[in-house]
Design a protein around this ligand. Structure first.
Ligand SMILES: Nc1ncnc2c1ncn2[C@@H]1O[C@H](COP(=O)(O)OP(=O)(O)OP(=O)(O)O)[C@@H](O)[C@H]1O
Length: 347
């Protein structure tokens, strides 16, 4: 996984105008994805994951939002790009799969027309190949009867089939980067793993980069090469999946891991992180905002932390210093740390 970044986001900020006031939803976000890399962006609802994805797609309404910093996509600057420039890049450089395929698909258009509409925006697939390419794409995403499905409307398909169609549309112009924003949240549990396997297969076959947005750490463990943990619009920790799972540092990462029932890193009853992500109007990004939810770290919660993260091990970044002293108050010791002989951090 060496070499140039496909996606290189530096100091990205997004502000929304809400009731006439500008509020910051993303602050100083640094992230990168290399060709062929799966980066998982994790965090609770409201932490800013979709806001970041929308910034990469340049889909924020320019009248109600402003995006700052730099987002380079295969050498093209997204921040400040014109709509015409973005139309060239969307689909070809980056494709996106949304959480809810039913609302992303046009209910009045046949599946084949929707796939071909995405081809018509670009010149990647010549017009005379649209029909065949549509059937090939449907086959590629695991649809057994492509001719039949091509002539159907979204409401005639199951949720899993609709998500397969969304994936076909996202890859129709062979993008280098695929953004999957909670791609399985709206689906039945039984279908979820099929869709994740499909994304994994396509990623491996085409060696594309994937930005996978999820709150499910079980999915992350299965799919990701690297992980970025987002809280209140900031990245609090990032590193390889191995680093994040075997040596989680930030109190938020460690709380998320403890709270995730799908991982074998827990052995006590389900842990619930107290409190919620603060509202945008209550975010002071100079501080470590998660600490507000840790009753025994209120002094640290009021302390300003530098913008630049620490790098305790090569390629493993963590925000602030709270990780050096944080421990769960109920004596809980994370298995991962015990395994690594690091239980003393929590003793
Ligand atoms: N268009 C918008 N206008 C105003 N506020 C917005 C807008 N989009 C997002 N926000 C706010 O920005 C914050 C981050 O939201 P975002 O949807 O990015 O979080 P998320 O981590 O993707 O959550 P979820 O998993 O629920 O989608 C929230 O406080 C949200 O209310």
């Amino acid at each position: 996984m060496i070499g140039k970044n496909l996606l290189d986001a530096k100091r990205v900020g997004v502000d929304f105008r809400i009731n006439g006031e500008w509020l910051t939803a993303l602050y100083n976000v640094d992230l990168s994805v290399k060709p062929g890399e799966v980066l998982a962006l994790v965090g609770e609802s409201g932490s800013g994951k979709s806001t970041f994805a929308m910034a990469v797609m340049a889909l924020h309404n320019p009248n109600q939002s402003r995006v700052t910093g730099s987002i380079m996509l295969d050498g093209h600057q997204i921040v400040g790009a014109t709509e015409a420039e973005m139309e060239e890049l969307r689909g070809v450089k980056v494709g996106m799969i949304f959480q809810d395929p039913l609302s992303a698909l046009n209910p009045l258009m046949k599946i084949s027309d929707q796939i071909q509409e995405s081809m018509s925006v670009h010149t990647i697939v010549p017009k005379e190949q649209w029909h065949d390419h549509t059937l090939e794409l449907l086959k590629e995403v695991g649809i057994a009867k492509p001719e039949l499905v091509a002539n159907q409307f979204p409401h005639e398909l199951s949720g899993g089939m609709r998500q397969r169609v969304m994936i076909a549309i996202a890859i129709a112009n062979e993008p280098d980067l695929l953004i999957a924003d909670e791609p399985t949240t709206a689906l039945d549990v039984t279908i979820q793993s099929q869709i994740l396997d499909l994304i994994k297969d396509i990623q491996a076959k085409k060696n594309i980069g994937v930005l996978l947005i999820t709150h499910d750490l079980g999915v992350v463990a299965e799919m990701a090469d690297s992980v970025a943990v987002m809280y209140a619009g900031q990245i609090v920790e990032r590193g390889t999946a191995k680093q994040i799972f075997e040596n989680p540092l930030h109190p938020y990462t460690r709380s998320l891991l403890r709270a995730n029932p799908s991982l074998d890193t827990i052995d006590d009853k389900l842990y619930v992180i107290p409190g919620t992500v603060p509202a945008l109007s209550e975010m002071d990004h100079a501080r470590d905002l998660f600490l507000e939810r840790v009753p025994w770290m209120q002094t640290e919660a009021k302390t300003e932390v530098p913008d630049a993260p620490m790098e305790p091990e090569s390629g493993h970044f963590v925000r602030g210093k709270a990780w050096e002293t944080f421990k769960f108050q109920d004596g809980y010791v994370e298995k991962t740390r015990q395994k690594n002989g690091e239980a003393k951090l929590n003793d």
